[in-house]
Design a protein around this ligand. Sequence first.
Ligand SMILES: NC(=O)c1ccc[n+]([C@@H]2O[C@H](COP(=O)([O-])OP(=O)(O)OC[C@H]3O[C@@H](n4cnc5c(N)ncnc54)[C@H](OP(=O)(O)O)[C@@H]3O)[C@@H](O)[C@H]2O)c1
Length: 375
Amino acid sequence: MNAVLAPHGTNPAFEAPAREDTVAVVLFGTGVVGGAWLRLLNTPAGARLRLVGAANSRWQTTDPNCLADRGLRENLDRGGDRRDDAALLAALDASAAKTKVILDATASDGLAATHAVWLAQGYHVVTANKAAAGGALEVWRALSEGARCRNRRYGDAATVGAGLPVITTLRRLRACGDELLNLEGVFSGSLSWLFSRYDGIVPFSELLRDARERGYSEPDPRADLSGQDVARKLLILARSAGFELEPGDIEVENLVPETLRGLPLQDFMARTHELDAALAARHADAASRGRRLRYLAHLDRDGVARVGLRAVSEDHPTSGLRGTDNLFALTTTRYQTRPLVIQGPGAGADVTAQALLGDILSLSGDGKAVISEYV
Ligand SMILES: NC(=O)c1ccc[n+]([C@@H]2O[C@H](COP(=O)([O-])OP(=O)(O)OC[C@H]3O[C@@H](n4cnc5c(N)ncnc54)[C@H](OP(=O)(O)O)[C@@H]3O)[C@@H](O)[C@H]2O)c1
């Protein structure tokens, strides 16, 4: 064990040994979301959880003293044991806790590819990582099958809308026989902020730089502007509603001109003004018709799915969106006259960490109503 992991203030949530009714957790990812989740362990809601392993992409620890250290996240940034997934899973296996959870708070494709394997091995998996549920349909089916064959749960509430109860609501409606007829909304905090601010006067590229500096956009804003992140979220929601779509089934409008897509980040940032003219024209056209631009996701009852920029009228649910809010408008057989609308912050470490905790607690019987069967 690396010396930098020496404890400097312990966390009382780790002092009691694991009992059968505690929940043992291995945490992958100690970044913004993982760090916020670690802080929740110090609250009464986290009292029944026992962290038995934690890792970032470079280092890990299963040492109880290191795990109990309130500086765990910072310490792991400086060093620890070499990464070895098998050693982390062995710590879970060794725990006396009946409920064993793998928590993925990364954006790693490699880890996402093992979610279904972990379920099939008998672990519960709780995740903020969209790459598995929002990937190929065969992976989605493998998650479902892995969970079903071992009677395990896949907690994916945090993959869409951060802490907003969107997936759970959709599944609950479906379990009650309520059919989704239409789903529409703004699923990206950064695109929500950009288009609620954009007035055609301040250049779009200037807003984009502002959003990046405030930490609203991804470090490479093309990850947001490409529409791929929104499309993944729509895919997860569509599948949760019973539409078995492939990623290619979603029509995606990429706001990044082809000439800028393959550039190194620095070169792209130097040429963002090339986005301005086309978006100014779209804005002027919308404004001339009394409309506003919004980057919308849409799914209809036939499973036709599209994400892209639309000019919405003033009475559209997303017209009044402010800040980084997300909005999900669900029209169903029983919410047909007016849609069921879920709106609020669609990003943020604390609310995302809370959604992860909610999924974990639901596994152990606390807050059972929060999570339903995977499909
Ligand atoms: N931030 C939000 O508001 C928010 C909201 C909803 C959902 N999410 C989702 O939550 C996930 C985490 O987001 P974040 O903002 O916390 O990202 P972040 O700050 O970049 O943290 C990512 C963490 O994952 C670690 N990691 C990467 N690959 C790993 C691997 N193979 N094994 C173990 N650890 C690995 C990184 O380690 P290193 O430090 O070594 O790189 C880092 O600790 C993402 O999927 C994101 O889309 C985020």
